[in-house]
Write a protein that binds this ligand. Structure first.
Ligand SMILES: [Zn+2]
Length: 236
């Protein structure tokens, strides 16, 4: 039995009730697998969630071979689980992740450069763009564009779609992103920032760009091989 990942449909769930379907212990400590969860497991450049299960602190949430393991400070005895998310921490990651999509969309549309990697974190996050030739006023243009979309209060929609439907509704540049998804996945999770972007993603996101706050690009570094690393922070 697979864990139902409640955050895939609703990123704003802060508490839930579930059941233990497996328990064990490995190098990382005690873990439980649940019938459902609101906890995002580490992956895709986004850190795993924290919070508690029956009041016991979660130390890591990790997905291995499709199984989501919740590691806790001590073993969980009960089969009935009440989970509570560290919402403040998660919401910051949601803001950071949607900000990453928005920044990636701006760079893709303006300069045709792809996102080669990203790491969401507390306080500051980073994205690598490649291939990207030097652009004059890169930082200023990105900042202005980004903040313009925040002020526009654009809705962020998450939905599942077939490959065909989504391929027909996007531009060529984004088709390559969807084409990378394995064939066996029929229901593709789409994250859309209305008016600018539509990409496949399994992460957690805010519902509107107004939640992001304005961006401060703290660093743009030329890493060579046409790769640029951009560091950013979000104002509260
Ligand atoms: Zn994403």
């Amino acid at each position: 039995m697979k864990t139902e990942m409640l955050f895939m449909k609703d990123c704003y769930l802060k508490e839930f009730e579930g059941k233990v379907i497996e328990r064990g212990e490995d190098d990382r400590g005690n873990f439980v697998v649940l019938d459902k969860t609101i906890f995002y497991p580490t992956g895709g450049g986004q850190p795993g969630d924290r919070g508690t299960l029956n009041g016991i602190i979660i130390t890591a949430v990790i997905k291995e071979k499709g199984i989501v393991k919740h590691y806790t400070e001590s073993a969980i005895e009960d089969n009935d689980i009440k989970g509570k998310l560290d919402w403040e921490r998660r919401h910051e990651f949601m803001r950071m992740h949607t900000a990453q999509h928005l920044l990636s969309a701006i760079v893709l549309d303006k300069w045709g450069s792809s996102t080669a990697g990203n790491q969401i974190d507390k306080g500051s996050s980073r994205i690598d763009f490649r291939p990207l030739e030097p652009v004059e006023d890169f930082k200023e243009i990105m900042t202005k564009e980004f903040n313009g979309w925040v002020d526009k209060e654009a809705p962020v929609n998450i939905y599942f779609s077939t490959r065909e439907a989504v391929m027909n509704s996007i531009d060529e540049k984004r088709r390559t992103l969807f084409a990378r998804i394995p064939e066996f996945i029929k229901d593709i999770r789409v994250v859309e920032i209305e008016g600018i972007d539509k990409v496949p993603c399994g992460g957690t996101h805010v519902a509107n760009t107004e939640e992001l706050g304005h961006i401060v690009i703290t660093k743009v570094k030329n890493k060579g091989s046409k790769t640029y690393r951009v560091r950013f922070e979000l104002k509260k």
